[in-house]
Design a protein around this ligand. Structure first.
Ligand SMILES: N[C@@H](CCC(=O)N[C@@H](CS)C(=O)NCC(=O)O)C(=O)O
Length: 322
């Protein structure tokens, strides 16, 4: 039995859930409280989720790609990594490249989008069980949102999205990948591997970011993701996607146009190649409670500044695409 320590909406956790299901392994999920993570302190590995504990071997391991490699090596049925050494190395480099780039940037922009449009969602993600769900009630979730939003903004640097060129970097990475998948169908070789699984999962937060979800040259990429979700029986939508869609439907508009990017600018097009990485990087910054008050203005600028402009809400064309 594999125990999976998780936050249910994390795109890194979904990688491991999908791998466990794909390999038809017996597993059970253990939801952690994000602020304390007491449930996993007994394990001597990095305290991020996903983290698995294999009760058959006693191994505890965190970091989604090493977890998938461990599962594939320990339980070889329904392999996710190619047998051919060159393809296997390529799949691995794609996995850790996507973990260290797309996964982090998509998380940044996904949360930023929630803060800009409907920050009340944050307490429903992070505090459903705290004080019997008190902070998910309508008035309280509005009051608690600036605190959660500021904490997350400091932890993941949302207030620096523009300086760090997060939108631009993602676009430069995803356009060649979309072109490659249009031609080849898979990232590595001619069959589904852990590299495709990683890409499909880590794209998830961008489904609520209109700059990407509505991008004319990325429609085939999201349709590819939709197709994989359907073929592999993955969730059609995560709770934050459903909550955002309901909010947008009601309001009739979205924060979508990134004002500092001209629609007809040229995007530098590299090859769809992974970086030469062997392990994944992360961008979590420790935050102390003393930093919160001085950082509140940054949260409010993120929430209210008009640099990402409103536009009419139209559900993405690839939603439910066959
Ligand atoms: N490279 C890691 C990234 C894992 C990660 O950053 N997980 C986040 C959730 S999406 C986490 O554990 N956050 C806990 C925290 O911020 O303290 C992986 O692939 O598993």
């Amino acid at each position: 039995m594999i125990e999976l320590y998780k936050l249910h909406w994390s795109h890194y956790v979904e990688k491991v859930r999908w791998a466990l299901d794909f390999k038809r392994l017996d597993w059970r999920g253990i939801d952690i409280v994000a602020f304390r993570k007491d449930e996993m302190k007994r394990f001597d590995c990095a305290q991020t989720v996903p983290l698995i504990h294999d009760t058959a071997t006693g191994v505890a391991i965190s970091d989604s790609s090493p977890i998938i490699r461990y599962l594939d090596e320990t339980y070889p049925q329904f392999p996710l990594l190619p047998a051919d050494p060159a393809e296997r190395a390529l799949a691995w480099r794609w996995m850790v490249t996507l973990d260290s780039t797309l996964g982090l940037n998509a998380r940044r922009l996904g949360y930023t989008q929630v803060i800009m449009e409907c920050p009340g969602i944050l307490s429903r993600l992070f505090m459903p069980g705290v004080c019997g769900g008190l902070f998910t009630w309508p008035v309280l979730r509005t009051l608690v949102a600036p605190v959660l939003g500021t904490m997350l903004a400091l932890r993941f640097r949302f207030h620096r999205n523009r300086q760090d060129r997060v939108y631009e970097q993602l676009e430069e990475q995803l356009l060649p990948i979309a072109g490659h998948l249009d031609r080849e169908g898979f990232l590595v070789g001619h069959t589904f591997t852990a590299a495709d699984l990683t890409l499909a999962c880590l794209l998830r937060p961008l489904r609520i970011v209109p700059h990407f979800a509505d991008h004319p040259r990325l429609q085939s990429l999201f349709a590819w993701q939709e197709r994989l979700f359907r073929e592999h029986g993955r969730d059609a939508a995560f709770p934050y996607e459903t909550l955002m869609a309901a909010h947008r439907q009601k309001r009739g508009s979205v924060r979508g146009r990134v004002s500092w990017l001209s629609p007809d600018r040229a995007v530098p097009m590299g090859d769809a190649q992974p970086l030469s990485l062997e392990t994944a990087g992360n961008d979590i910054h420790e935050v102390s409670r003393w930093q919160l008050l001085p950082a509140l203005p940054a949260y409010f600028r993120l929430r209210w500044s008009g640099r990402i402009k409103r536009m009419p809400y139209v559900p993405a064309a690839w939603l439910g695409a066959q």
